[in-house]
Design a protein around this ligand. Structure first.
Ligand SMILES: *Cc1c(COP(=O)(O)O)cnc(C)c1O
Length: 360
């Protein structure tokens, strides 16, 4: 069985060594020393000023919307994981979809301005598959219309844009450290910002609004994370360079394997150092895509339809047709990519796909 992704696990002794300290301190959660250490190490590694570790990437998005005070309409992409849209709705705002660029699969900045109304307060865009959006164009629009920018950077661990971590852009970038992501802490996420005041508010918000045992500053939620999760992150961070190098090698190997067939992937942002976190392939139409998915599954390989359906088709949103997002979502698959996927397995995957092509 070859899954689409497989969580990296560090040597068990290394995790257990950190847990020994947890047992000694008997401090399990509530901003413990391992959580603080993970935040420091991540700020260092990513070279970002303020990174607040939270329970998951979805609560990171919800806190981001709340802390920036977004109300009314938020312009967003229909091509992302469902959490991007559901967070907007959960926070009582209305997602207004803008279609994607068919080459990068990121929100198309040329279509943003016509979607802005008097109710618009922000833009929530995803750097899809870790490939940065057109950051300058989006910033320029936001500046001209006085809008806040949140980047759902759940796929972006290790991605750089113009020499800096892509998490440094926008008013806030959010990360997910879920087990299926390139860097993970089992469950986890982060709210990243340049603004110390926003960062301070996020720290209050993720902890019920506590400003002391008996004092509260604003409404909060429980978005904290635990020592056990932080320990996993600290162990995994030791291996991140290896993981990144491996991903790149595997990604380029897929590219070689598919050189002789008509399979499209995404166009990478030329200003970015990409993290090679996903290997999406786009086929000619939905029938071929489903045939290929089926033959891969018969061979014990699990690709995933990331992202299907187009979020503009969710039943709780205004269902305006997003043609490109809908079209791409029907004919895209993400192929297996994880730290110990072998070349032999990649060859099996590519030959299964090529064989199906010849049959249909
Ligand atoms: C994984 C993911 C999320 C949600 O992160 P969790 O940590 O699972 O809550 C949000 N947005 C995108 C684009 C994701 O891929």
């Amino acid at each position: 069985m070859i899954p689409v992704t497989k969580p990296f696990l560090p040597p068990r002794e290394e995790y257990e060594a950190l847990l020994d300290n947890v047992w000694q301190r008997n401090w399990l959660t509530n901003n413990g020393p391992l959580v603080q250490q993970l935040e420091d190490e991540l700020e260092d590694y990513l070279d970002v000023p303020h990174l607040n570790y939270v329970s998951n990437g979805t609560i990171a998005l919800q806190i981001a919307i709340k802390v920036l005070g977004l109300k009314g309409e938020i312009i967003t992409t229909p091509f992302s994981y469902v959490a991007t849209t559901s967070s907007i709705v959960w926070e009582g705002c209305t997602p207004v979809f803008v279609d994607i660029d068919p080459e990068t699969l990121n929100i198309n900045p040329d279509l943003i301005e016509e979607a802005i109304t008097g109710e618009t307060t922000g833009i929530l865009a995803t750097h899809v598959f870790g490939n940065p959006c057109d950051i300058e164009a989006i910033q320029d629009i936001a500046d001209r219309h006085d809008l806040k920018i949140i980047y759902d950077a759940a796929h972006c661990f290790g991605t750089k844009y113009k020499g800096k971590s892509v998490y440094s852009y926008g008013d806030i970038s959010t990360a997910s450290f879920h087990a299926t992501k390139l860097f993970h802490t089992v469950e986890g996420g982060a709210v990243i910002t340049k603004d110390p005041e926003i960062s301070h508010k996020v720290q209050r918000m993720r902890n019920f609004g506590h400003a002391g045992y008996e004092e509260f500053e604003g409404v909060g939620i429980n978005g904290k994370n635990s020592e056990f999760h932080a320990a996993m992150g600290l162990c995994n961070l030791q291996y991140i360079e290896d993981i990144l190098v491996k991903r790149k090698t595997q990604w380029l190997f897929y590219q070689d394997l598919f050189e002789d067939v008509e399979i499209k992937s995404i166009t990478l942002n030329p200003e970015a150092v990409f993290n090679y976190s996903y290997y999406p392939v786009i086929f000619e139409n939905e029938d071929i895509t489903l045939d290929i998915k089926e033959s891969l599954e018969e061979a014990g390989i699990s690709p995933r339809r990331y992202f299907y359906p187009s979020l503009s088709d969710l039943e709780y949103v205004n269902g305006k047709l997003m043609e490109i997002s809908k079209d791409i979502s029907q004919r895209i698959l993400c192929l297996p990519l994880y730290h110990d996927l072998t070349e032999v397995q990649q060859k099996i995957i590519s030959s299964t796909i090529k064989k199906t092509f010849q049959v249909v």
